[in-house]
Design a protein around this ligand. Sequence first.
Ligand code: GDP
Ligand code: MG
Length: 162
Amino acid sequence: MLPVITLIGRPNVGKSTLFNRLTRTRDALVADFPGLTRDRQYGIGRVGPGPYIIVDTGGIGTAAEGVEALMERQVQRAIEEADHLLFLVDAKDGATPEDIEIVQRLRRLGKPIALVVNKSDTTDPNLAVADFHGLGLGDPWAISASQGLGVNKLIEHVFGQL
Ligand code: GDP
Ligand code: MG
């Protein structure tokens, strides 16, 4: 069985962009508006050590529904079958109240989680990362899914935790 790595995070943080980067496909829809990934999407990870299964999650509607949607069956199942979670946040936004709520739920699962600060190309990566230490998930990993920065190192780290 290949290890299963699952992407979690509120809408628009770049989960599908990272999925496409890791699978070297355009299978996941990427949009400027949230909620486009309706369901779980599976792919074979080809970046970094591997191979592995990568799972994109979605089905999350408006921001207000985001945390509730985490409990939705599809996302819940995706989380259950994961060997490792990548929790994505947006460097531009800082840690939002929704991020904090999602972290509280994820932590209870007792699964390995990496905190991934995406879109670090849009701001000073050091500043971006500093704001996210408070989430209590350890050192954040600054990446740019769209530019491919930090992605290899992140997957190497994940494999070290499996
Ligand atoms: P999802 O809803 O979490 O799946 O997010 P998407 O992958 O659909 O991305 C949402 C928006 O963020 C799109 O406009 C992407 O092009 C943009 N985006 C994703 N990753 C990056 C990144 O690393 N840097 C920048 N600047 N934009 C990004
Ligand atoms: Mg998506």
